[in-house]
Design a protein around this ligand. Sequence first.
Ligand code: HEM
Length: 294
Amino acid sequence: MRPQEGLFHSPGAFSGIAVLRLARDIALPQLREVVSVLHGELAREKGLHAVLGVEPALLPEAAPPPPAPLPREGPTARFPSTQSQVLVQVSAVHREPLLWALRRTLALSRGVLVLEEEVLGGRIGEGREAFGFRDGLLRPTREQVRRTALVPSGPLAGASWLLYLRFQQDLERFGRLRPGAQERVVGRTREGELLVDPPPEAHLLRVREAGAGENQGLIRRGFPFRHQGEEGLAFVAASADPGYYPRSLEALLGGNGRPPDALLRYATAVGGGLYLAPPRDWFHSPALPPEASP
Ligand code: HEM
């Protein structure tokens, strides 16, 4: 199994996401050819890490596609769906390769895909999300990525299920909380220490209830962004099991006697979707239309 190399690298100082929609009724082989060329170019570029995801319904190997995790609604919050067909996540230590990658994404997909959403961001300080809390404290090892994020066997061996969610964060509202109350929302101190007795609605306890935490269940690859006065988190997770996402989103939404995640009072999901990052061989052996086969 040859997974996409980008899956092993946490987002760097500069990160971006491009979500692209099929321009018209394009046959799968044509889409596959376009994303294969794109994957080849981005994978060869030094100083750049890229992950390409495709809408699961487009991959015959993923049939039948898993139930969509989005949209999903709880008593106090919701996760809307803006599912599209292709997701490209790029990250780099410098801005130049990142911009190059986004430009190539558009140039190579012209006529087949149209850009629907682009989010640019990157690391804050030594790795903080927009509320100022340390995030991504435990960098996953290659072995943890392999174990947690890669489909181990079958026709999709080496693939990874990606959940993308774009959150807007209300910095003003969160900033009105006293420091101790902010820490109880997250379940950790700003510097990342675990609270001794976090409340049940703390983010950390909600995600841990779903079996996540310490790079189990999912590997987080998101990054903070700022765009037109709005700050938030481009949340991206990679998992071997797509069924894990509905479970973790349910744990965040609460209901049935469970409290909703306190973080959702200050962070609103405004879109997202489920994508499948196929293994490298899927790109390197684009299916040819029958008449063009040797
Ligand atoms: C705006 C939205 C979000 C913000 C600001 C946020 C922020 C944080 C912060 C500050 C931490 C603690 C630092 C760390 O452990 O690295 C954390 C941990 C975590 N978050 Fe989030 N998060 C968000 C959304 C989500 C979502 C949607 C999920 C899952 C579906 C999630 C899953 C996790 C997991 C698995 C951990 C690690 C828990 C542990 O260490 O046991 N987060 N998040």
